[in-house]
Design a protein around this ligand. Structure first.
Ligand code: XIL
Length: 347
């Protein structure tokens, strides 16, 4: 029996109505994490219960972004981040930080900065204070998020936005250096999306990540791993050959891989819920299986736990208006086939 066929058998039994617990495949245990949105965290007691019961890793979904921490220029507001992080610590969860630098979710005052010296000073102060505050507590950080252009085929390698526009490509080096200084033990990741299909655009995105990593390594700047966001499109094939080649290159460079934002975009799937849930799980399985044939990820984190609080509702709505079902639990906290799939790959 190959690993692949073991997993297929697993999915076949998930397809049959009730969720029968399927034992994890031996030797494949990987921590399971969930990103936590502050609003339901405060208001839905079931979210806390499910975090306690089912996760190993907690990721504040928005609370560590500039827009949350730095709404005002002269004042840091750690209240939301502290709330989630203290809960995670109390419940002995590992914490992954997201994210120190992103082109999006910045306060307007930051996006308006035009002086390179001022921007670099702001970044230095931010990383020193934020990484410093949680030093020894946040195990790993997305140091830079989505710094590769959406389409490097037509746009060049880099993502536009305040960091690149004002500081140029060195914004990535600066951020990694600062993060390593602020907490020499925290594990530093570069995180990005659309790294798993077979298109030329995705191939170029993979190559862009490799060249950024190579540049950091050439300069002896610490980088520990690459985060694959894995917002998977149910209607796209996983590009097995390109993805595995990419993962092998990362492995050869000594980097680890994390699955950081797993969910399945179901906007093109049939409306029928059983059918949809089966196809969502099958897509995640296809992806996780492809990854696990090359590397055991450092963690598998879904971008939320419950469909009710997913960002997919706003960004990838369905034409028929039906509620998207991208996450491991449905709106009533019923575990879906996707949860069983994730569990088979995690502890
Ligand atoms: C999303 C959050 O889920 C939303 O709540 C928020 O309004 C916008 O950001 N890639 C990322 C995440 O790296 O930070 C994004 O999270 C989803 C896409």
């Amino acid at each position: 029996l190959t690993r692949r066929s073991v997993l297929r058998l697993g999915v076949a039994s998930v397809g049959n109505a009730m969720l029968t617990p399927i034992p994890a495949v031996a030797g494949m245990a990987t921590p399971y994490g969930a990103a936590v949105h502050l609003h339901p965290f405060r208001n839905d007691p079931n979210l806390k219960r499910h975090l306690v019961e089912h996760t190993d890793v907690v990721v504040p979904m928005n609370a560590l972004k500039w827009a949350s921490l730095r709404y005002e220029k002269r004042r840091f507001d750690f209240s939301g981040a502290d709330e989630i992080i203290e809960f995670a610590e109390k419940n002995k969860k590992t914490i992954h930080g997201h994210a120190l630098l992103w082109y999006h979710a910045n306060p307007a005052w930051l996006d308006a900065v035009r002086s390179p010296v001022e921007l670099e000073n702001l970044l230095a102060d931010h990383i020193e204070k934020v990484v410093g505050r949680y030093a020894g507590r946040i195990k790993s950080w997305d140091v830079v998020n989505e710094v590769v252009a959406h389409d490097p085929v037509s746009q060049g390698l880099w993502r536009g936005g305040v960091w690149y526009d004002v500081l140029g490509p060195r914004h990535v080096e600066i951020a990694f250096r600062l993060a390593a200084q602020a907490d020499p033990k925290t594990l530093l990741f570069i995180n990005d999306y659309d790294l798993e299909d077979d298109s030329l655009r995705t191939l170029k995105r993979q190559q862009a990540i490799l060249s950024i990593v190579r540049n950091l390594q050439d300069k002896n700047i610490p980088i520990y791993g690459v985060g694959l966001q894995a917002h998977l499109y149910a209607e796209r094939q996983i590009g097995i050959r390109n993805l595995q080649k990419f993962l092998k290159s990362l492995k050869a460079m000594g980097l680890v891989v994390s699955i950081t934002e797993l969910d399945v975009i179901d906007w093109k799937l049939p409306r029928n819920i059983m059918e949809r849930d089966r196809l969502v799980a099958a897509k995640a399985e296809e992806f996780l299986d492809t990854v696990h044939e090359v590397v055991k990820p450092q963690m598998i984190t879904s971008w939320g736990m419950n469909d009710a609080y997913s960002w997919i509702q706003e960004v990838f709505p369905r034409d028929d208006g039906a509620m998207p079902r991208p996450l491991p639990f449905d709106v009533n906290w019923k575990a879906k086939p996707l949860f069983e799939t994730i569990r088979r790959f995690s502890s």
